[in-house]
Design a protein around this ligand. Structure first.
Ligand code: TMP
Length: 256
């Protein structure tokens, strides 16, 4: 177990990450685990080295997004599995952006996987594990006060910008950005409220298909027992030019 885990105050433990109190007020340390879950927690497993790769991949993408003016919670990477982030108040909505039909959209509407959408679609899901994260509309979100209409507008506009940018970035390395999930949070700066990108962007919450072969290079390899899961995450990192040294495959339990 990581030395830092025992030392810091644990704020929250999710399925793939742990949040610890940060070194300064208003900061947190985000620790990336190798644990993987799917099908609403019914399927559990470990993807060796995933935490290391996702830490790097998410850092890379958040820094790139920051450079084009998307505000993010990312501050800096601390080590192989941890990054320093700004503490935000998470908006309890998962935002899914889709470019190609796959996964739950294919199942729900009976449209074959791989159908290219006439335009990108943004969906909202209420973050409530006990309820299986149900899909909701902006009407539910505003009626129940999870976010204001202005916040939804901002989230929509940021999500579409992120989609445009990341679609191009991934296409440049031979990957189609099929769909992905984002989370946003609120940050108060003096009296001003900002909506900023939070959580992570990695093959855990993106669908990435090889442009030439349509091979799946993401967590669907784990969800659907397709094998070569670790290799897919490594290949994404390699294509991004950030494949960390051989330590990528060191399991969490064997870390110093
Ligand atoms: P879906 O097809 O299962 O609705 O997933 C759409 C995208 O959102 C896919 O890239 C996986 C991602 N996603 C998450 O990261 N977390 C979730 O809880 C869900 C439901 C989807």
């Amino acid at each position: 177990m990581n030395f830092r885990i025992g030392r810091r105050r644990r704020i929250f433990e999710g399925k793939a990450k742990v949040l610890f109190e940060g070194p300064e007020p208003g900061t947190l340390v985000q620790y990336f685990k190798d644990d993987a879950t799917a099908c609403n927690n019914q399927k559990k497993g470990t993807i060796t080295g995933k935490g290391v790769l996702n830490n790097r991949i998410s850092e890379y993408l958040m820094v790139k997004l920051g450079a084009i003016g998307v505000p993010t919670h990312f501050m800096r990477r601390l080590n192989m599995r941890e990054q320093l982030i700004r503490k935000v108040e998470i908006i309890p909505i998962d935002i899914v952006i889709r470019n190609i039909v796959a996964g739950s959209l294919s199942k729900r509407l009976g449209i074959p996987e791989g159908t290219v959408l006439p335009r990108s679609i943004v969906e909202f899901y209420y973050k409530k594990d006990e309820l299986g994260n149900p899909m909701v509309s902006d009407e539910h979100i505003t009626a129940f006060g999870w976010a204001s209409p202005q916040e939804i507008d901002e989230i929509m506009s940021l999500s579409l910008r992120i989609n445009d940018y990341l679609s191009g970035l991934f296409l440049g390395i031979g990957l189609k950005l099929v769909d992905f999930k984002l989370e946003f949070g609120r940050l108060w700066d003096n009296d001003e409220l900002h909506i900023i990108l939070a959580d992570e962007i990695s093959p855990d919450n993106c669908r990435l298909w090889d442009v030439k072969t349509n091979e799946k290079m993401d967590k669907d390899r784990f969800r659907r027992d397709l094998g070569r899961v670790e290799e897919a995450y490594q290949e994404v990192a390699r294509r991004l030019g950030i494949m960390p040294e051989i330590t990528a495959l060191v399991p969490e339990s064997e870390k110093p």
